[in-house]
Design a binder for this molecule. Structure first.
Ligand SMILES: [Zn+2]
Ligand SMILES: [Zn+2]
Length: 210
C-alpha cells in the first residue's frame, strides 16, 4: 500500500482554513476577516467580487465532485450533502484509504492543490518562499526553497527527479521534490542544517502573518 502523498493533506487543510475568507471577501462592505489574513485588504469592488464569486463557484463544484468521486471509488455510497469545509474534512479523513488507489490519490492531490491555489490567488496572495543556501542533493542546483506555509523544503528546479518510484516528482510535471521536516536529516548530510531551515521558516512565517 502506498502512503498518502505528503502534500495532499496540506492542500486540503489550506483550503479548509482559507475557503471561509472567500465568503468573507464576497460579503458587501466586508470587514477584516476574523482570521486576520490578507483577504481583509481586498476591497469589495466589482471586478474583485466577480473574481471571487468565480473562484467560490469553481471550488464549491470541485469539492463536491471530489467528495463524490472518492466515496464512489471507495464503495461508500453517495456522500451526504454538506458544506464545503465539512466535505473537505471528510475527504481528509479518507486519505489513508484513498492512498490504496494510486490514480485516485493522484487525482485528489491534483484537485486539492489546484483548488488551494485558486483560493489563494483569488484572495490575492502568493505562497511565501525563501531561498536556502546550498545545493539540492538530487540535481546539484542552487534551487532549494523553504515554504513556511507547509513547513517544508522543495527543490524548485522543474527538471529535478529523485528517482524514487514512490515520489510524484517522477510522474507529475507540476510536482516538486519535497522534504518534510522528518526528512531534513537527509539535507543535513549535504550541509543544509536543520537550524538554518527552521530559521528561514520562522522568518517567513512571521512575514506571512503580518
Ligand atoms: Zn533538485
Ligand atoms: Zn522526488
Amino acid at each position: 500500500m502506498t502512503r498518502p502523498a505528503p502534500d495532499t493533506a496540506h492542500w486540503i487543510n489550506t483550503l479548509i482554513s482559507r475557503f471561509p475568507e472567500l465568503l468573507t471577501s464576497l460579503a458587501p462592505g466586508s470587514r477584516p476577516s476574523t482570521t486576520g489574513r490578507r483577504a481583509a485588504s481586498v476591497s469589495p469592488s466589482l471586478p474583485v467580487q466577480l473574481h471571487i464569486s468565480d473562484a467560490l463557484r469553481d471550488i464549491t463544484d470541485g469539492v463536491i465532485e471530489l467528495d463524490e468521486a472518492v466515496h464512489e471509488r471507495l464503495g461508500l455510497g453517495r456522500p451526504r450533502r454538506a458544506r464545503v469545509p465539512q466535505r473537505l474534512i471528510r475527504i481528509a479523513s479518507l486519505l489513508d484509504a484513498v492512498a490504496a488507489h494510486p490514480d485516485l490519490a493522484e487525482h485528489v492531490r491534483d484537485e486539492a492543490r489546484r483548488m488551494a491555489r485558486r483560493c489563494a490567488h483569488a484572495l490575492g496572495d502568493s505562497e511565501a518562499v525563501l531561498r536556502l543556501p546550498g545545493r539540492c542533493p538530487r540535481c546539484d542546483s542552487v534551487s532549494l526553497r523553504a515554504f513556511p506555509d507547509r513547513r517544508a523544503v522543495l527543490c524548485v528546479n522543474p527538471a529535478c527527479r529523485c528517482g524514487d518510484g514512490d515520489c510524484a516528482c517522477g510522474t507529475d510535471p507540476a510536482h516538486r521534490h519535497i522534504w518534510q521536516e522528518s526528512q531534513w536529516a537527509a539535507l543535513a548530510e549535504h550541509g543544509i542544517d536543520g537550524s538554518v531551515i527552521r530559521a528561514a521558516l520562522d522568518t517567513g512565517a512571521g512575514g506571512a502573518a503580518r
